[in-house]
Design a protein around this ligand. Structure first.
Ligand code: DC
Length: 234
C-alpha cells in the first residue's frame, strides 16, 4: 500500500520516554488524531493470552488474530481508550504481564506486517500523531516530522513505576527497573524493526525538560515543517 502524503508526526523512542503524554498533548493542540501503536501490540498480546496461544508455537495463529482485530481509539473522559472488536481493553492491556508479552509478540514479523497495514490505513484519511518504535523508520519513512524521544533508564523506570502505582499495581521500583532494562534490550536487539532513531529524526532528551517544554518543542518543529512544506508547494 502506498504511503499517504498527509500530515504525519512520528514519535518514537524507548518505553517510558514520555511518548504517550507528549504525543497526546501534541495531537490535542494541533487538532490531529493520536494513535498509540504500542496499545495495538498490547491488545494482540492480550487476545493471544486469552486464546491460550503460545509465542514460538502458535505464531501463525497470533498473526492471523492480529489481522482480524478491529481497532478503534475512542475518547473516554478526558483521555483515549483502545477498543478492540467493540471492547474497551484500556485497563487490561496496561498490566505488567501483558506489557511483557507484548514485547515478545511484537517480535513476530507477521504480526508486525498486519499491524503496520492497520496503522497506515488509520492515517490515510486524517492527520495523525503516531507513537511507537518504528513509525519513522518503517511505518511512515516519509513522515512530515519525526521525533525520537529519549530519557535515562532510571528516569523512565521511575515514570513507569508511578504510572503502575496509579493503576493500583502492587510492585517494587527495583522490579520495574529490571523489567525496563529487559524490555529495552529486547526492543533494540530484535531482528525485525528494532528500536532505532531514523536518520532524519530530531532527538529530544526529555531528562532536563518538563512535559510542557517537550510539547512546545515538538509543536515548534511541526510549525517549521508545515511552513517548509507550504513554501515548497507554493
Ligand atoms: O509503548 P508500549 O510499552 O505500550 O509498547 C508495548 C510493546 O510493543 C513494547 O514491547 C514495544 C512494542 N512496540 C513495537 O514493537 N512497535 C511499536 N510501534 C510500538 C510498540
Amino acid at each position: 500500500m502506498a504511503e499517504p502524503t498527509g500530515c504525519i508526526v512520528a514519535i518514537d523512542g524507548p518505553a517510558g520516554a514520555g511518548k504517550s503524554t507528549v504525543a497526546r498533548a501534541v495531537a490535542d493542540r494541533a487538532g490531529y488524531t493520536y494513535i498509540d501503536t504500542g496499545a495495538m501490540y498490547r491488545a494482540v498480546a492480550l487476545r493471544a493470552m486469552r486464546a491460550g496461544l503460545e509465542v514460538g508455537e502458535d505464531d501463525g495463529a497470533i498473526a492471523e488474530l492480529a489481522g482480524e482485530l478491529a481497532f478503534e481509539f475512542r475518547a473516554v473522559g478526558d483521555g483515549q481508550h483502545l477498543f478492540v472488536d467493540g471492547e474497551d481493553v484500556e485497563r487490561a492491556i496496561r498490566t505488567p504481564e501483558v506489557g511483557k508479552l507484548s514485547s515478545v509478540v511484537s517480535a513476530i514479523p507477521e504480526v508486525r506486517v498486519r499491524l503496520v497495514s492497520a496503522q497506515r490505513r488509520m492515517a490515510s484519511t486524517r492527520p495523525v500523531v503516531m507513537e511507537g518504535r518504528d513509525i519513522g523508520t518503517v511505518v511512515f519513512p516519509g513522515a512530515l516530522l519525526k521525533v525520537f524521544l529519549t530519557a535515562s533508564v532510571e528516569e523512565r523506570a521511575r515514570r513507569r513505576y508511578e504510572e503502575l502505582v496509579a493503576y493500583g499495581e502492587d510492585i517494587s521500583f527495583e522490579r520495574v527497573l529490571a523489567d525496563q532494562r529487559e524490555r529495552d534490550r529486547r526492543d533494540r536487539s530484535r531482528a525485525v524493526a528494532p528500536l532505532r532513531k531514523a536518520e532524519d529524526a530530531v532527538e529530544v532528551d526529555t531528562d532536563p525538560l518538563s512535559v510542557a517544554q517537550v510539547v512546545e518543542r515538538v509543536l515548534e518543529l511541526l510549525r517549521e515543517r508545515l511552513e517548509e512544506r507550504d513554501e515548497q508547494d507554493a
